[in-house]
Ligand binder design. Structure first.
Ligand SMILES: [Fe+2]
Ligand SMILES: [Fe+2]
Length: 283
């Protein structure tokens, strides 16, 4: 049960619907179970957590060409449309390997809660909204495949303006990490942190810190759980729904999703499933 006065968020990350994918000789992404697990997430949200809203941190598809990706991306959104809570999407790098911005916006336009937030109207994949005690700023971190990740200068300027105008504590949501996160033990990014972390993150963090308003930053992409703190602000990465997190044989997914509770000025973030993690509350 949610405590009176609390604000609760359900979080699903890196769904990767599509074919299974291997790395370093191991099957790591169990994308053929993504639809069933997304339905299990919806059932848990509606039946137990009853969140005020749901964040979907991106990498909805494991790309296999635009003709397959679009119906698969739509299929996940249709499953999530069974949520009692509004669903707010974040774009991941795999969503834009074969699909286009307009493909995603067309599907995002089916979400009633996305109207008037700037993304659909301005034809961009970043936006902000206010819900309960929090202001959410959702960023679009871009990735040039096998090269680098960045946030465009005009989006950084928009972000600065949004922070200036924001009321109350802010939660920044983005697919890649804005922290100087140590990826050395990460299965996917141990040898390539530049493919996990936003290149111009120091500038973005400077704006976050100067605003004095940001309570926390949340992302997916790295397919593990991590908290890195900069200037007293927690930067959290949460596990993917379908990652074979333990390198288990036979391969199976972590079945990971997360729940976030805001209570007064403090919060609690918990990753459920087979790679669980409780982040101690910061206040
Ligand atoms: Fe991913
Ligand atoms: Fe990703």
């Amino acid at each position: 049960m949610n405590e009176p006065g609390s604000f609760t968020i359900g979080i699903i990350a890196d769904v990767h619907i599509g074919p299974r994918a291997s790395f370093a000789g191991q099957v790591r992404k169990i994308g053929d179970q993504a639809a069933a697990l997304t339905q299990a997430f919806v059932d848990d949200m509606n039946g137990r957590l009853k969140p005020d809203l749901v964040l979907n941190l991106g990498d909805v598809v494991q790309e296999e060409g635009r003709a397959k990706d679009i119906p698969r991306y739509r299929q996940i959104f249709e499953i999530l449309s069974g949520l009692d809570a509004p669903h707010y999407p974040v774009v991941g790098n795999h969503d834009l390997i074969d699909m286009r911005t307009e493909d995603l916006l067309e599907i995002w336009s089916g979400l009633p809660n996305m109207k008037g937030l700037g993304a659909l109207e301005e034809r961009r994949l970043y936006y902000s909204f206010k819900a309960g005690p929090l202001t959410f700023i959702v960023l679009h971190s871009q990735e040039k495949k096998d090269s680098h990740i960045w946030i465009e200068d005009d989006q950084v300027a928009w972000f600065e303006q949004e922070l200036a105008a924001a009321v109350g504590p802010v939660m920044v949501v983005v697919h890649h990490s804005l922290a100087d996160q140590d990826t050395s033990a990460n299965h996917w990014f141990g040898k390539c942190p530049h493919l996990a972390l936003v290149k111009n993150r120091a500038r973005v963090r400077q704006l976050i810190e100067e605003s004095g308003k940001v309570a926390l930053v949340l992302n997916g992409h790295l397919h593990w759980n991590n908290c890195t703190v900069h200037a007293g602000i927690g930067y959290y990465t949460v596990q993917s729904l379908i990652e074979n997190a333990g390198g288990w044989e036979p391969p199976r997914p972590a079945r990971a999703w997360s729940q976030f509770h805001w209570q007064g000025q403090g919060y609690r973030l918990e990753v459920l499933g087979d790679d669980p993690c409780l982040f101690e509350p910061l206040s």
